[in-house]
Design a protein. Structure first.
Length: 268
């Protein structure tokens, strides 16, 4: 009997000691980790695959545009285009501005390329070279009149969905301008080119060049130089504007006005 009492007492003491030890462990864990072992943990939510939880990141610039109005974006785009015209015309109006710039150099009209080949085969390469040179000289002279014509087209242009244009390709605004104003620019610019062709003597040289070709080949080739040079000159200006637009989009240092900094900074 006494043995049983002693065994029970020992057992109670052991249980009590274990309980105290467990309390100490729980207290230590809570103090060190903040985890309360007295409270049951919540079951974990079933894992989901990355494919179902991950969405394609939106352009950060879209969020940044939230503070800009369509009017502000339109103004920024027009400012970039106007700067492109001003800088582009300034460079193209220099001597060799067209002739020595391979991106905009005006070549012999495709319709008359056979003239170039024929004249060179007859030892008249210098005449062909002079013809090309004077086409470019006419463009360099006429392009000085382009700035106000382009500027008027830009300022009067209503830019639809300016936000999408801003967030599009590097030359999206230039392409939009070209689409909307090409015909009116041609109509306004053509008389300037015609005057320049006469001023530099290109019309006389080309009449002589075509006449010699027709004489040697027995053909009757004609072309509208005025239309051709007008189109090529306008395209040359657009190329320079596109180059400037791309620079402003990608080079913060080229954003030299507050509206450019605000609008194009938002699309970075």
């Amino acid at each position: 009997m006494r043995k049983n009492i002693l065994f029970a007492a020992g057992l109670l003491f052991s249980v009590s000691a274990q309980a105290q030890l467990l309390d100490i462990i729980k207290s230590t864990v809570k103090n060190q980790t903040g985890v309360d072992l007295e409270k049951p943990s919540k079951p974990k939510a079933p894992a989901t695959s990355a494919a179902t939880t991950t969405t394609a990141p939106a352009k950060s610039s879209s969020a940044n545009l939230g503070s800009l109005t369509s009017s502000q974006i339109s103004s920024g785009l027009k400012e970039a285009l106007s700067m492109g015209v001003t800088d582009g015309v300034k460079k193209l109006a220099l001597t060799d501005g067209f002739l020595k710039n391979e991106a905009v150099k005006i070549l012999m009209p495709e319709k008359l390329r056979k003239i170039d080949t024929t004249l060179r085969s007859l030892g008249m390469g210098s005449l062909a070279d002079e013809g090309v040179k004077l086409l470019n000289r006419a463009a360099e002279d006429a392009v000085t009149e382009a700035a106000p014509i382009f500027t008027k087209a830009i300022t009067s242009m209503t830019i639809a969905d300016a936000k999408n244009i801003l967030l599009s390709s590097d030359n999206a605004a230039t392409n939009y301008l070209q689409t909307k104003t090409q015909s009116q620019l041609f109509t306004a610019f053509q008389p300037k080119v015609k005057a320049s062709l006469g001023k530099v003597g290109a019309d006389t040289v080309w009449k002589n060049l075509i006449s010699k070709y027709n004489t040697f080949t027995g053909q009757s080739v004609t072309t509208d130089l005025n239309e051709y040079v007008t189109t090529e000159t306008i395209n040359g200006v657009f190329k320079m504007v596109a180059e400037k637009e791309s620079g402003i989009r990608n080079t913060p240092a080229m954003r030299t006005t507050s509206i450019l900094q605000k609008v194009f900074g938002a699309q970075d």
